[in-house]
Design a protein around this ligand. Structure first.
Ligand SMILES: Cc1cc2nc3c(=O)[nH]c(=O)nc-3n(C[C@H](O)[C@H](O)[C@H](O)COP(=O)(O)OP(=O)(O)OC[C@H]3O[C@@H](n4cnc5c(N)ncnc54)[C@H](O)[C@@H]3O)c2cc1C
Length: 386
């Protein structure tokens, strides 16, 4: 990756990747998006297609079955998918950045050899189990416990709102659990739980406002026993390690949100040229053209923010603040643009099978998942020493 990335002049390999994913999104994802959304079904065929293209292995080395690319490449793919179908994009985002990445970053050789080839190939999905009924933004409030017992961990507790946790190809959930106390503080560790372990249950899927084709479940753990070597990373570092994963994940979510924001612009431009009222295309009215101009500016600004965060991350420089800024502005751009696009589409914008209506329902979660807007502001404030 070059030190400075312009949104207008991507290096060839990145541009080619973006164009390939754009073509896939338009020709394979778009035709089935409304149907999966209406039926609340997981798009297995689309996921197979993404797997064949190597998208689940994009930022991982070839020795683990990856494509040898980087995190920015993943972001570009997410932006293209996010334009067309946020459910598909979040399935890839969660599969790679929340599912496989913790193992790549913190796993030992054996864990990497066992899990990464399955996950990078897209044959299997892993989920990221941090949130609990009483621990969301304040994820340190984890109550799930893992007790060491004769070479095993016994896990008890529950997780909620976990993406990719109950599909037919989900094989693993990485969970945070309290493994003891150090200096009067909870010791939180991360443990790998294969989904066929007795006592693990993915409860029935949620009925969500949006992201209907993405898979989300509450999880319960009742005396779930896994070998002690399933500890991921150092004991007691689980919370810190997951926070690092979330810092990166925010750049990926920002890219997805930029896709959504841009998708709304693209749909609106097309419709504003074609829809006539009072004897002319509605786009001839300055009120509509100004609205679309502002939408484009939001998408562009948010894109520069995630490019910047990705460039810092790949250069090995501090990127926490940049990632939070990117997530903040991109999620707001998606929400604002989807509201404006719905307005431009008039009554059609309120019909569920129109892409802008889907973006309107889907975009709200972008301001909540992987750290709410308020949490991003808190993090930015902390970085400023407040
Ligand atoms: C569809 C979906 C998919 C998800 N996927 C996953 C997943 O794969 N893995 C996972 O672990 N989690 C997942 N989540 C959980 C998500 O990350 C949490 O919902 C999110 O972090 C917010 O936590 P919460 O819902 O408990 O809200 P809370 O933390 O209870 O927050 C409620 C409100 O209070 C505000 N608030 C809280 N604290 C403060 C404060 N100090 N100052 C100001 N405002 C504050 C919040 O911003 C929010 O507006 C998912 C959620 C959804 C809906």
């Amino acid at each position: 990756m070059t030190d400075f990335l312009s949104t207008g002049a991507l290096p060839d390999d990145y541009r080619d990747l973006a164009l390939t994913v754009r073509d896939f999104a338009q020709s394979v994802v778009a035709p089935v998006a409304a149907e999966h959304d209406a039926d609340h079904t997981f798009p297995y065929k689309v996921v197979e297609g993404m797997a064949e293209m190597g998208l689940f292995g994009l930022p991982f080395p070839e020795e683990y079955g990856g494509m040898g690319g980087d995190y920015f490449a993943l972001c570009l793919a997410l932006e293209e998918l996010g334009k067309i179908d946020q459910s598909v994009a979040i399935t890839l985002e969660a599969g790679v950045s929340l599912g496989a990445m913790p193992i790549y970053r913190f796993g030992d050789d054996k864990q990497k050899q066992e899990w990464l080839p399955q996950l990078t190939s897209g044959r299997a999905l892993a989920a990221f189990g941090l949130t609990e009924p009483g621990a969301g933004s304040d994820a340190g409030g984890t109550r799930t416990t893992a007790t060491a017992d004769g070479g095993e961990w016994i896990i008890n507790g529950s997780k909620q709102f976990i993406t990719n946790s109950g599909t037919d190809i989900t094989r693993l959930v990485t969970v945070t659990a309290v493994t003891g106390q150090t200096g009067g503080k909870k010791e939180i560790s991360t443990i790998l739980v294969p989904t066929d372990t007795p006592g693990f249950v993915a409860e029935p899927a949620y009925n969500k406002v949006g992201w209907n084709a993405s898979d989300t479940h509450p999880l319960s753990f009742t005396d779930v026993r896994v070998p002690q070597e399933n500890l991921l990373g150092e004991r007691g570092r689980g919370y810190a390690n997951f926070l690092r994963i979330l810092d990166e994940g925010r750049i990926a979510i920002a890219a997805l949100a930029v896709g959504a924001a841009q998708g709304c612009v693209d749909e609106s431009v097309r419709y504003a040229k074609e829809r006539e009222a009072f004897g002319q295309a509605i786009g001839r009215n300055q009120a509509i053209a100004f609205k679309i101009g502002r939408m484009e500016a939001r998408a562009h600004t948010a894109r520069t923010a995630y490019y910047d965060a990705a460039a810092l991350m790949l250069a090995g420089k501090p990127f926490k603040k940049a990632a939070s800024i990117a997530k903040l502005v991109a999620s707001e751009a998606a929400m604002d643009n989807s509201r404006d696009a719905t307005q431009i589409f008039g009554g059609y914008g309120f019909m569920n099978d129109y892409p802008v209506a889907r973006h309107y329902r889907d975009s709200k979660i972008l301001e909540i998942g992987e750290g709410t807007t308020e949490v991003q502001l808190m993090l930015i404030g902390r970085e400023l020493g407040l």
